[in-house]
Design a protein around this ligand. Structure first.
Ligand SMILES: [Zn+2]
Length: 362
């Protein structure tokens, strides 16, 4: 028996339960609590059923929950687990794409073992108001398995020091392109990369104009591996420079990927409020991450403080000191949730390097 959140569940031998996803499920419950218009929810790849059972049990309002798995023993387990927790849910025994091509729900959630890519089209079709997508195939998303990344996401994932963010943006780019063909747009609510998974919470908006605007936020990152300078180019038919504007070295190009916002700050604030007052086992860790996301500059790419210091043969100062020094020069700067030693700033790379060197000497 496993205790998680306000439920206890049985996990059979061959049916997957991942305790490392508890924080992910805590945040799912808080996000759904923060979306009062959602009245129907499906976990379309459920395994033990824990996510859907928690949503049904822990939300403070009634919600119709469907829990789907293609495996018959898993469905029997889901039925036992929902009875054990005294919740009424609809249990469905279908393939994920079969279910999602035949039915629509306010919120569609998928948490597959591995890549979500084969299901994203049907998730987009079936999500009326919002969706939650987990990806655990971070190696192809982040550039570690290049060919697999290109096959799965039709994007070139540059392996840079900000690779966790590239992975998140390539996954978002895939969702954006699937959503756009239905004349719909995604509305980024909260997206994060944690350990070995990416998780997206996206709202849905309707109309050609908003879908066109969204497509305008797709594009490429041009990265200089020599001086760490980078720039973004929006659009699909871009003209990328061949050499780095900062140092003249040859640059590399990654994408297409989503270059627009990855959160809605008001929504993140609301989720933080729910997390602070609610009962969640992984509350402290989740809150640490959510506050970082709230305060993070909403712009593509970040710098790895230690990589820059290594290149410059400089001693790393406290991150707070560095960020303050950049702000004093009129630039924006913030920590990032992607990496403890990472930071975001709109200062040019040469200004950042000069600041690091000055702080290292004094
Ligand atoms: Zn350069």
């Amino acid at each position: 028996m496993i205790e998680e959140g306000q439920v206890s569940i049985e996990a059979a031998d061959k049916i997957f339960y991942n305790p490392r996803m508890e924080m992910n499920r805590d945040i799912t419950v808080a996000c759904l609590e923060a979306l009062p218009d959602i009245t129907s929810y499906v976990d379309a790849m459920a395994a033990s059923g824990i996510r859907g059972i928690r949503v049904k049990k822990e939300l403070t309002r009634p919600i119709d929950v469907t829990i789907n798995d293609w495996d018959i023993p898993a469905c029997e387990l889901i039925k036992r687990n929902s009875e054990r927790n005294g919740v009424q849910v609809s249990v469905s025994n279908c393939g994920t794409n079969t279910l999602l091509s035949a039915s629509q729900f306010d919120f569609v959630d998928i948490d597959p073992f591995g890549t979500p890519a084969p299901y994203i089209n049907s998730v987009c079709w079936a999500s009326k108001r919002a969706m939650g997508i987990t990806a655990t195939d971070t190696a192809p998303l982040c550039g570690a398995h290049l060919k697999s990344g290109i096959r799965t996401y039709a994007a070139y994932p540059l392996k840079t020091e900000y690779y966790p963010e590239v992975g998140l943006r390539i996954l978002m780019g895939k969702v954006v392109r699937e959503e756009a063909k239905y004349d719909r747009a995604i509305v980024p609510l909260l997206c994060h990369t944690t350990e070995h998974y990416v998780r997206l919470y996206l709202g849905v908006a309707y109309g050609r104009a908003i879908a066109d605007t969204m497509m305008g936020e797709m594009g490429f990152i041009v990265h200089c591996f020599k001086c760490k300078s980078r720039l973004t180019l929006k659009g699909f038919a871009v003209q990328a420079p061949e050499v780095c504007p900062a140092c003249g070295a040859r640059v590399r190009v990654g994408g297409p990927m989503w270059l627009g916002p990855t959160k809605n700050r008001t929504f993140v604030e609301k989720v933080i409020g729910i997390m602070e007052t609610g009962q969640f086992n992984k509350k402290e860790r989740a809150l640490r991450m959510l506050r970082l996301i709230r305060d993070e500059l909403d712009m593509p790419t970040f710098y790895d403080h230690h990589v820059l210091c290594r290149d410059l043969k400089a001693t790393p100062t406290d991150m707070v000191v560095l960020l303050d020094a950049l702000r004093e020069q009129g630039y924006s700067a913030s920590r990032t949730h992607y990496m403890g030693v990472g930071f975001k700033s709109d200062a040019p790379v040469n200004v950042i390097k000069g600041t690091i060197l000055k702080l290292s000497i004094s």
